[in-house]
Design a protein around this ligand. Structure first.
Ligand code: BES
Ligand code: ZN
Length: 455
């Protein structure tokens, strides 16, 4: 392992330049105009992985291909580690809010700015380079490796569940390692004990058969924008609780140990408030900010469109309005159930004369792990050696829907070890990743594979 660590240090300039090549490919999975780029990213990654010493295939799915790498040199008795990540990225818009172009990586202040630098290309590439470092110069690893990178994570992984089902023999593993999240703070690594799930909907409200003059008709004909605003407002009460009947029924009570763990973390709500630039925070009464983010479900409006939004003023009574509304879920809530409850709620609150259609986008189950166990311990040792500090356990408000499916289909527990930092601007302009974590993280992953090999 000492050789591998030395190799990684010696090769750091090349690693960085390869990372930049990877980040230059606009693999935006949501946009069909980028389908060729997304495929190019898959091929680029496969090629790089092949040079790292793995056997590699690019496997087709109905949409974007899966990159599958394998190294089974540790033998049948050694554990197998499945490394999962995604090479697709979110759209970069709004482009004019980036300080440098999203697909022209640039280092400022020790951070590489580019779409995908944190989520997730930068992080999967750390695994690729850790594997290369271990396997270079006839090197070896104490674990077998299956490396799986998908190109559809940012669109809800539609092809991946059938893919994992189909290839479950080949993907069989003892543990799944995922680096697609953040450390708790600068210099303070972390391991996740939970992820929230997601249920994502689109509400389409209609009233009249066409837009109308707001003077000639307004006051007598229902306004779909007003109606939709009322419907949206009905989702919460004054205490920030969701008012949909039955919504909290399946929320498990978190054990006191987890809540105590959350309270023990070095977190200042006032600093957090300043960090996001808001004058006040809000949320469900009776819970701390970290609890609201990690262990409580939420309802957010992600988009709202109605009426005239162009230059100047137009007196119009719109005929339709649309909102994108998503719910973050916690164990044991399920997206299908939330849909049913939402349907019933809409029936109750939709004003007369307004028709609301409910469409469903992708969703995913929440994930929660038993704290403790040999894999968390292995990761803890590896992170402490690499960062000089023991990692903390934290929850996460974001979602990675495939995690639960891996556990269900492969019966392999997930180990969530991320290296981005809070405020990394995932999905936002000026996404960044610290170069220091890129380098230290490669060392941490090398140590992690090693520690896993011992257990
Ligand atoms: N890497 C994120 C998940 C994440 C976000 C982890 C923030 C830690 C902090 C992942 O790529 C993601 O964005 N997931 C989506 C899931 C959705 C598209 C099904 C999310 O959380 O919105
Ligand atoms: Zn993401």
């Amino acid at each position: 392992m000492a050789d591998a660590l030395k190799y990684a240090i010696n090769e750091r300039a090349r690693f960085k330049s390869e990372l930049f090549d990877f980040l230059r490919i606009p693999s935006v999975s949501a946009k069909s105009e980028h389908d060729a780029d997304t495929r190019r990213a898959a091929n680029w990654l496969a090629e790089n992985l092949l040079r790292s010493g793995l056997k590699v295939e690019v496997l087709e799915t109905p949409k974007h291909p899966v990159v599958l790498g394998e190294w089974r040199g540790a033998g049948k008795d050694a554990p197998t580690v499945l490394i999962y990540g995604h090479y697709d990225v979110q759209p970069a818009e709004p482009l004019d809010e980036w300080s440098s172009p999203p697909f022209e990586p640039e280092v400022r202040d020790g951070k590489v700015f580019a779409r995908g630098s944190a989520d997730d290309k930068g992080q999967i590439f750390m695994h690729v380079k850790a594997l290369e470092s271990a396997l270079a110069d006839d090197g070896t690893l104490p674990v077998n490796i299956v490396f799986l990178a998908e190109g559809e994570e940012e669109i809800g992984s539609p092809s991946l569940v059938p893919f994992v089902e189909k290839h479950k023999q080949r993907l069989a593993a003892d543990v799944v390692v995922i680096s697609d999240s953040a450390m708790f703070d600068e210099g303070l690594p972390s391991l996740l004990f939970s992820l929230r799930g997601l249920a994502y909907f689109e509400l389409r409200a209609r009233t009249a058969k066409t837009d109308l003059h707001s003077g000639a008709y307004g006051g007598a004909v229902p306004n779909p924008a007003t109606a939709l605003a009322q419907i949206i407002a009905s989702f919460h009460n004054k205490d920030g609780r969701i008012t949909i009947d039955g919504f909290y029924d399946d929320v498990v009570a978190w054990d006191e140990k987890t809540r105590a763990q959350i309270r023990s973390l070095p977190f200042d709500e006032e600093d957090f408030r300043k960090g996001v630039g808001a004058t006040a925070l809000n949320g469900e009464k009776g819970w701390s900010v970290l609890e609201r983010l990690w262990i409580r479900p939420t309802c957010e409006v992600n988009g709202f469109l109605a009426g005239y939004t162009g230059e100047g003023a137009k007196t119009v009574l719109p005929a339709k309005a649309m909102a994108k509304v998503s719910f973050r879920l916690v164990p044991d809530q399920r997206p299908e159930k939330v849909r049913k409850l939402l349907e019933a709620h809409l029936k109750k609150v939709t004003p007369p004369g307004v028709e609301v259609e409910l469409l469903e986008h992708h969703g995913g189950l929440p994930w929660k792990t038993e704290v403790g166990g040999k894999y968390l311990e292995a990761a803890s040792v590896a992170l402490e050696e690499a960062f000089g500090t023991k990692p903390v356990l934290q929850g996460e408000g974001g979602s990675i829907p495939i995690v639960v499916e891996f556990e269900r289909i492969l019966h392999a527990p997930a180990l969530m070890v991320g290296f981005a930092l809070p405020g990394a601007n995932m999905h936002a302009p000026d996404e960044w990743f610290p170069m220091e974590n890129f380098e230290k993280g490669i060392g941490a992953l090398l140590r992690l594979y090693n520690e896993l090999g011992k257990r």
